[in-house]
Write a protein that binds this ligand. Structure first.
Ligand code: GLP
Length: 229
């Protein structure tokens, strides 16, 4: 509810806001509340522009475990977003690096991101910026770490069927957002969240870069907050 309220506030203050949006288990509740706010007539998405943070490469565009299908299910099909304002990297581009430049340019053309909503991976990744990714990175082709692939494997019927690469907004792309909202839920995120928020700022824990952002809000549940106190 807190996360949805922050996103709603952004849209109410600036109806033509540009948002960067995450996938995963964590933001499902936020999307459910945003849909409810829309259904209750409290929110209008008609002028909002959305960019997904990332998408797997080399899966069919309608793959049920792809982020396009996830967003369709949790947000896009349920609110009044304009189709031309919905952006996600292609999972089947002819030239993946060209797709990255196109995506980065689209974000720039939209005037940059007003609010970037992020989850955090078990290894501290944000979007698919895996440990070691330079802080200067723009949208790029990411090679998924063995840990990340292992975490995704059950959704893809085993490690062999799990994508090896993804297109992701870079750390710099994300850090350019005017405001950032980091979400974390569950005890399994407590350790990495504490490192990201209070530990050294290092590319080994990509989320730690967020300490340098001038407008960061962190929303956590009780489990994820366990190591923050
Ligand atoms: C994926 C996404 C990230 C997300 C992370 C955590 O790797 N690329 O953007 O933050 O998963 O997901 P969950 O919320 O399911 O733990």
């Amino acid at each position: 509810m807190s996360a949805a309220r922050i996103v709603a506030q952004q849209i109410l203050e600036r109806p033509n806001s540009t948002l960067a949006l995450p996938t995963g288990e964590t933001p499902k509740g936020m999307y459910a509340f945003l849909v409810r706010f829309y259904q209750e007539g409290l929110l209008d998405f008609s002028q909002v522009t959305v960019f997904n943070l990332d998408e797997f490469l080399a899966i069919p565009p309608d793959h049920p475990q792809g982020f396009r299908a996830y967003m369709q299910e949790h947000l896009w099909s349920k609110v009044n977003l304009n189709a031309e304002n919905i952006h996600i990297p292609s999972s089947t581009p002819e030239d993946p690096w060209e797709e990255c430049s196109r995506y980065e340019a689209l974000i720039e053309e939209a005037g940059g991101i007003d609010l970037a909503v992020l989850g955090i991976g078990a290894n501290g990744h944000i979007a698919f910026n895996e440990p070691g990714t330079p802080f200067e990175s723009l949208t790029h082709v990411a090679v998924l770490s063995p840990d990340t692939r292992k975490n995704e494997a059950s959704r893809f019927g085993g490690i062999d069927g799990t994508p090896e690469r993804a297109i992701t907004m870079g750390i710099k792309t994300i850090m350019r957002a005017r405001r950032i909202l980091l979400l974390a839920s569950g005890e399994e995120k407590a350790e990495i969240l504490a490192k990201a928020i209070f530990g050294p700022v290092t590319p080994e824990i990509p989320a730690s870069v967020l300490q340098l952002h001038p407008s960061l809000t962190v929303v956590v549940d009780e489990g994820a907050a366990r190591r923050l106190l």
